[in-house]
Design a protein around this ligand. Structure first.
Ligand code: ATP
Length: 351
C-alpha cells in the first residue's frame, strides 16, 4: 500500500513558483531519497510532507488519509533536521522521551521502556544518563534519530541529516541508517544533494530539477538508464556528446561530431538529434596503436591524480570530455590514446 501519496503539489512563495505539480507515490517501508541540486525544492517538498509548509495547490495523503490541511503533530510523521538541536539541559533519556511527553503517550513506566528500547536500537542504551554536551557529534546524531523514531511514526523525514558530519563519520552513519531501516522497515524520505549518498541508501531515488521531478527509479535504473541529459549529467557526471544515430545490419551506430562512428547500446533508436551518454568511469584509455572493438581516438589534455583513480580531460576535435581511469593507467598531456567503450555502455538519449 502507498504510505504517502502526493498529488499535483504546487508551491509558490509570493510570485515565485518553487514546486510545479509534484505527483509521487511512496510504498510502505521504502527508503526514498529526494535528490537534486541546491534550490530545486527538496526541502520545501519535505516541509510540505511534514506539514511545516502549506501547499498552494494539490493534495497529500498519508496511509490513505487526506492530511493536506492537518497540523504537523497530527500527521504521524517524524522529522530530523540537518541541525539536530538536542535540548542541552536534558539528558539523552529525557531528550528521547520529549515527543512522548508532548503527546501524552503512555504512562511514565511505558515511556521509560519505550525510550530505553529505542536507545538500544541506535546503540546508545549505555549513554542514557549523559548530557548532550558529553556526546560526540555522531552520538548526538543518533540521539536525534532516536527522538525522531521513538513515537513510532508512519513516515520518517530526514533533511540532509549527515551533512554536518566529517567524511568518515558520515560513511559510518550511512551504514547505520541502512541497518536501522532494514530492522525497523520504517518508510523514510531522505533529502540529499549528494548523488552517491542517494544511490547507496535508497530503494527509490526521486531526482528533482527546478521544482519538477526529472526521473524516479531504483538506484541501478536511474544510474544505468538516465532518461534525460540532466539525469545523466547529475548522476555519475556523464559526458553528453551530440550524435546522429542510424540503424545498420550490425546494430545501431552513432556518428560523433568529429566524424568517427561507434556502436551504441542495442535498442537505441535512429535519430538526427540525439545525445550519447558517456560515463567517466565507463571509458578505458589505451595506447594509440591498440586495436579495440569499439571506441574512438583522442588526445590527453590534462591529468588530475585523485588517489586510486586519475581524471583525464581528453580533446576530440573541438570538444573536451572527462574520463576516470584506475590510477595505474598513466598517460601525460599531449599523448594520443584510443578510448574503448563497450557498446552496452554507450547509451543514447533524445537531445
Ligand atoms: N520561505 C521562503 N520564501 C521564499 N522563497 C523560498 C522560501 N523557502 C524556499 N524558498 C526558495 O525556494 C526554492 C527551493 O528551496 P529549497 O530549500 O526547497 O531547495 P533545496 O532543493 O532544498 O535546496 P538546498 O539543497 O540548497 O537546501 C529556492 O529558490 C529558495 O530560495
Amino acid at each position: 500500500m502507498a504510505t504517502l501519496e502526493l498529488n499535483q503539489i504546487v508551491k509558490s512563495f509570493g510570485s515565485v513558483d518553487v514546486l510545479h505539480g509534484i505527483s509521487l507515490s511512496i510504498e510502505s517501508g521504502q527508503f526514498v531519497s529526494l535528490l537534486g541540486p541546491s534550490g530545486c525544492g527538496k526541502t520545501t517538498l519535505l516541509r510540505i510532507i511534514a506539514g511545516l509548509e502549506a501547499v498552494t495547490r494539490g493534495t497529500l495523503r498519508i496511509a490513505g488519509r487526506d492530511v493536506t490541511d492537518v497540523a504537523p503533530e497530527n500527521r504521524d510523521i517524524a522529522m530530523m533536521f540537518q541541525s539536530y538541536a538536542l535540548l542541552p539541559h536534558m539528558s539523552v533519556r529525557e531528550n528521547v522521551r520529549f515527543p512522548l511527553r508532548m503527546r501524552n503517550r503512555g504512562t511514565r513506566k511505558e515511556q521509560d521502556e519505550r525510550v530505553q528500547a529505542t536507545l538500544e536500537t541506535v546503540q546508545l542504551g549505555h549513554l542514557a544518563d549523559r548530557m548532550p554536551r558529553q556526546l560526540s557529534g555522531g552520538q548526538q546524531q543518533r540521539v536525534a534519530l532516536a527522538r525522531a523514531i521513538v513515537s513510532d511514526p508512519k513516515i520518517l523525514l530526514l533533511d540532509e541529516p549527515l551533512s554536518n558530519l566529517d567524511a568518515r563519520l558520515r560513511e559510518d552513519m550511512q551504514v547505520e541508517l541502512i541497518e536501522l531501516h532494514r530492522r525497523l522497515g520504517l518508510t523514510t524520505v531522505f533529502v540529499t544533494h549528494d548523488q552517491e549518498e542517494a544511490l547507496s541508501l535508497s530503494d527509490t531515488v526521486v531526482l528533482m530539477n527546478a521544482g519538477r521531478i526529472e526521473q524516479v527509479g531504483g538506484p541501478q535504473e536511474i544510474y544505468a538508464s538516465p532518461r534525460t541529459g540532466f539525469t545523466s549529467e547529475f548522476i555519475g557526471s556523464a559526458n553528453l556528446i551530440p550524435v546522429r544515430v542510424e540503424e545498420t545490419a550490425a546494430g545501431p551506430r552513432a556518428t560523433l561530431p568529429w566524424g568517427e562512428v561507434i556502436a551504441v547500446a542495442p535498442g537505441s533508436k535512429p535519430s538526427h538529434k540525439a545525445s550519447l551518454v558517456l560515463r567517466q568511469e565507463d571509458m578505458k584509455l589505451l595506447p594509440s596503436q591498440t586495436i579495440i572493438p569499439n571506441g574512438f581516438r583522442a588526445t590527453v589534455e590534462t591529468r588530475v591524480f585523485l588517489g586510486a583513480r586519475i581524471r583525464y580531460v581528453l580533446r576530440l576535435g573541438d570538444m573536451r570530455i572527462k574520463c576516470l581511469a584506475p590510477g595505474t593507467d598513466i598517460f601525460g598531456p599531449g599523448d594520443a590514446v584510443v578510448v574503448s567503450v563497450p557498446d552496452s555502455r554507450a547509451q543514447i538519449i533524445e537531445a
